[in-house]
Design a protein around this ligand. Structure first.
Ligand SMILES: Cc1cc2nc3c(=O)[nH]c(=O)nc-3n(C[C@H](O)[C@H](O)[C@H](O)COP(=O)(O)OP(=O)(O)OC[C@H]3O[C@@H](n4cnc5c(N)ncnc54)[C@H](O)[C@@H]3O)c2cc1C
Length: 136
């Protein structure tokens, strides 16, 4: 996002910076929403794990540390891929080139949806905790 914001302020088309186009504003606002949402979930997962460590909470259930960790990983990896993809788009043709950093960031971000448990498995873990809790 930082690369894309800097570029949008520098790059001019049709007599003004990309940052002044509503389409660019919408991308940046959505980037912030997804990044901050993922950060909150990551903090929440850390708090849930600490509470388990102190013996004050359980791992199980939708509010438990297992589900919160899976939610954080899912949200953060998908936010990273989405934001990097939109950053490439903001860079236009340059975004596709290795000379600029954003194409590398997109490839790196995609990996986070696969390793340390694929996001399909994260969804499975979250749903399993929800169904287990509902069954009692
Ligand atoms: C950049 C990178 C770094 C890595 N680093 C390491 C590392 O350091 N150490 C290590 O051990 N591994 C590492 N891996 C491997 C990674 O853990 C595996 O790629 C990952 O677990 C997926 O396994 P797989 O590639 O065999 O895919 P598969 O298990 O064949 O999965 C293929 C697709 O099917 C889906 N799928 C599979 N089973 C299910 C199911 N039961 N329900 C629903 N969907 C399912 C998957 O989600 C995926 O979309 C790394 C991978 C990458 C990309």
């Amino acid at each position: 996002m930082e690369h894309a914001v800097r570029y949008a302020l520098e790059r001019r088309q049709f007599g003004r910076p990309l940052a002044e186009f509503g389409a660019t504003e919408a991308k940046v606002a959505e980037m912030v929403r997804r990044i901050d949402g993922a950060r909150w979930l990551a903090h929440e997962a850390a708090l849930a794990l600490e509470a388990v460590g102190r013996g004050e909470a359980h791992r199980e259930g939708p509010a438990g540390a297992t589900a919160r960790a899976a939610l954080a990983k899912l949200a953060a990896s998908e936010a990273a891929t989405w934001v990097a993809d939109e950053a490439v788009q903001i860079f236009g043709g340059y975004g596709y080139m290795r000379h600029y950093p954003v194409e590398r960031l997109l490839r790196d971000a995609k990996g986070t949806e696969i390793y340390e448990g694929t996001n399909e498995i994260m969804r499975h873990v979250i749903a399993r905790e929800v169904f287990r809790a509902a069954e009692g």
